[in-house]
Design a protein around this ligand. Structure first.
Ligand SMILES: Cc1cc2nc3c(=O)[nH]c(=O)nc-3n(C[C@H](O)[C@H](O)[C@H](O)COP(=O)(O)OP(=O)(O)OC[C@H]3O[C@@H](n4cnc5c(N)ncnc54)[C@H](O)[C@@H]3O)c2cc1C
Length: 306
């Protein structure tokens, strides 16, 4: 029981318990839960340390997988992976890896890489949704505010990180775009890798802060620290404003075997990572032959694990 006894997991709040923090005109019902925020940065550092210190794993950082080929008729290996390796001096070297087994965990790039490896016929319907979170320094008056999630609708989220800062979203601004294309757009890639222009940054930060302030007025006083971009993936299509849209749940694992030796491994929610690992392991064991090559993508840094 991570969150205590089930009977104590949630409590209906009286409006007077949150009227000083929240615009109660926007709230039908307030519920307190026993959930806690996980310190993802610490957790990520721990996982990285485990992977990097494992004697059977080699980690290649700054290694972009540009594409893959299926080696029909090759008796030694099933696949060739083409990498762009970024050197310390900034130059890029091309490198190839031959392998019999691949776990493709490149998230929004999975379908693109699968397509290059000749699995276009397996492509599934899914939506890549680019989101942005606003990182703010809290005014003193907000240091002890609870984390809050305003649902059900395209509303707002506030995560108090406990170090004087918080992450904030305001759904109408936070959800920047979505696409069912095989590859994400160049604009999306730019925001993910290079970040926004100054004008975009001001526009997004102001939009999120102002929108969130309609729920938590004090947030207008928060100081903008930065914007964090990322992609949420959903099977099928997404309608943000439809409460019945299945995208709200994402209660499924996206792991699938594309062919002998090739597994696609999108982690539909961070907290599914253990189950994803188990499913990959089972699929992998079932098709294990001789050489083992896998790729693990962790956090926001590209890792290739061979
Ligand atoms: C704003 C936001 C809030 C979220 N909130 C939650 C939440 O509260 N709870 C929850 O459970 N989930 C949440 N998620 C979803 C969660 O982040 C994802 O489900 C999860 O990160 C997917 O894990 P992954 O390992 O499959 O992909 P990622 O974590 O995206 O890892 C993929 C890795 O592959 C690398 N990569 C991609 N292409 C290549 C390539 N060609 N070559 C080399 N490397 C490549 C990337 O650099 C990245 O490091 C949120 C997502 C966003 C964007």
């Amino acid at each position: 029981m991570v969150f205590g006894h089930p009977d104590k997991f949630y409590r209906i709040l009286e409006p007077k318990e949150y009227e000083n923090e929240v615009n109660i005109g926007n709230v039908v019902l307030g519920i307190e839960t026993a959930e806690h925020l996980l310190n993802w940065k610490k957790f990520q550092a721990h996982l990285e340390c485990c992977v990097k210190s494992h004697e059977n794993i080699s980690v290649y950082e700054r290694a972009e997988l540009a594409g893959a080929e299926r080696l029909h008729g090759d008796t030694e290996h099933r696949f060739k992976l083409n990498f762009n390796l970024e050197m310390k001096n900034g130059t890029v070297h091309h490198s190839t890896v031959h392998s019999d087994y691949v776990v493709n965990s490149t998230w929004h790039e999975i379908e693109k890489i699968n397509g290059s490896a000749g699995f276009s016929q397996n492509l599934i319907s899914r939506t890549n949704r680019l989101k942005v979170l606003l990182h703010v320094r809290l005014p003193d008056s907000m240091l002890n505010f609870h984390s809050m999630f305003f649902c059900i609708g395209a509303f707002c989220m506030f995560s108090n990180l406990g170090d004087g800062t918080a992450l904030v979203s305001y759904a109408p601004v936070t959800n920047i775009n979505m696409s069912t294309e095989v590859s994400v757009s160049t604009d999306t890639l730019r925001l993910l890798t290079e970040g926004p222009s100054e004008k975009e940054s001001i526009c997004l930060s102001d939009g999120i802060r102002r929108g969130a302030a309609t729920f938590i007025p004090e947030i207008e006083k928060a100081e903008v620290l930065g914007l964090n971009f990322g992609i949420v993936q959903t099977l099928g299509t997404v309608n943000l404003h439809d409460v019945n849209s299945p995208f709200h749940k994402r209660a499924y694992f996206g792991v699938r075997s594309e062919s002998a030796g090739w597994i696609s491994n999108p982690c539909m929610k961070l907290l599914y990572l253990l189950e994803n690992g188990d499913i990959v392991k089972t699929l992998w064991r079932n098709s294990l032959k001789k050489i083992v090559t896998c790729e693990i993508r962790s956090g926001w840094l590209p890792y290739t694990v061979i």
